[in-house]
Design a protein around this ligand. Structure first.
Ligand code: SAM
Length: 244
C-alpha cells in the first residue's frame, strides 16, 4: 500500500519509522512518503498561511502550496484517483469500519492542516484529482492533522497483510465484532493478592471462549452501551442479555 503525507512538520511523522509500521516500511509492505508542504512554496519565506477573509482569529493555509504539493503526489500516484484524507474536526468520525475501508485501497494521501485549516477552495479543487474524505479523529480540536494521521496510519496499516505478525490477533480485538475486547492476563497467575480468573487456567477452550464472550458483553455494556444498541438482537444469547 502507498501512503503519502503532506505536512509543514514532516518531523512529526518520524514515529512512522518505529515499531510494526516502521518494520513494514523497511520490508516494503508499506510505501510511506512524507512531504514538506513548504517545498511547494515559491517565496523566500516559504509562506503557507495568510489572514482569513471576513476577519477573525488565526491564520488560514493558502491554497496554492496545497495544489502544488498534491499535484506532485498525484503525478506519481499508483492509481488514477487516490483517496485524499483531510483530517478535520468537521469531518466524519474515524472508526474501525473506516479503517477497514481504507485498508482496501492502493493509495492513501493525507493533507495535514494547521492554523484554522486549509482554504476551502484547495479542498474543492482537489476533488478533480482525488476522492476527498474529510475525517475527524473525534469530537475535540487538535493543533494540527499530524496526530490524527499517525493514529489513522497505524489503525489502517495494521490491517494490511504482513504488518502484524499474527493475523489472529486482529480477529479477537475491540471493535472487530462490534464489542470491546475481554480482559487479558499473563504470568504469574497470582500477583499481589490478585488471581487470574480460574477458567483461564482450566485448559477448557470451550469454557474459555464462553467466558471471554460474556466478559466482552459485560464490559461493552458498562463502558460503551452505545455499541450494544448497534448490535443485532440475535447476536446476544439469553445469558449475555442477562449480563447487561
Ligand atoms: N478551525 C478548525 C475548526 O474549528 O474546524 C480547527 C483547526 S485545527 C486548530 C488545525 C488542524 O488540526 C485542522 O485543520 C486539522 O487538520 C487538525 N485537526 C484538529 N482537530 C482534529 C480532529 N478532531 N480530527 C482530525 N484533525 C483535526
Amino acid at each position: 500500500m502507498r501512503i503519502d503525507v503532506v505536512s509543514i512538520f514532516p518531523e512529526y511523522l518520524a514515529a512512522l519509522d518505529l515499531s510494526l509500521i516502521g518494520k513494514a516500511r523497511r520490508d516494503g509492505v508499506l510505501d510511506i512518503r512524507i512531504h514538506d508542504l513548504r517545498d511547494a512554496t515559491t517565496d523566500r519565506h516559504r509562506t503557507v498561511d495568510d489572514t482569513p477573509y471576513g476577519g477573525g482569529a488565526g491564520m488560514v493555509m493558502k491554497p496554492e502550496p496545497w495544489a502544488q504539493a498534491l499535484e506532485s503526489v498525484q503525478a506519481s500516484a499508483s492509481v488514477p484517483r487516490p483517496t485524499l484524507v483531510v483530517p478535520s474536526p468537521a469531518g466524519a468520525v474515524f472508526d474501525q469500519a473506516m479503517a477497514h475501508d481504507f485498508a482496501e485501497l492502493d493509495h492513501l494521501v493525507f493533507a495535514c492542516g494547521r492554523y484554522e485549516g486549509i482554504d476551502e477552495r484547495a479542498i474543492d479543487w482537489a476533488r478533480e484529482l482525488f476522492d476527498v474524505r474529510p475525517v475527524s479523529l473525534g469530537d475535540y480540536v487538535l493543533n494540527g492533522g499530524e496526530v490524527a494521521v499517525l493514529a489513522m496510519v497505524e489503525a489502517v496499516g495494521r490491517l494490511i497483510p504482513g504488518v502484524v505478525g499474527n493475523p489472529a490477533s486482529l480477529v479477537e480485538e475491540s471493535h472487530a465484532d462490534g464489542l470491546l475486547e475481554y480482559p487479558v492476563y499473563t504470568k504469574p497467575s497470582s500477583w499481589r493478592g490478585r488471581e487470574v480468573p480460574e477458567v483461564l487456567l482450566s485448559g477448557n477452550h470451550a469454557r474459555i471462549a464462553q467466558w471471554r464472550r460474556l466478559e466482552q458483553v459485560r464490559r461493552t455494556a458498562q463502558r460503551r452501551p452505545d455499541l450494544l444498541s448497534g448490535l443485532d438482537a440475535p447476536a446476544l444469547t439469553d445469558e449475555e442479555h442477562a449480563a447487561v
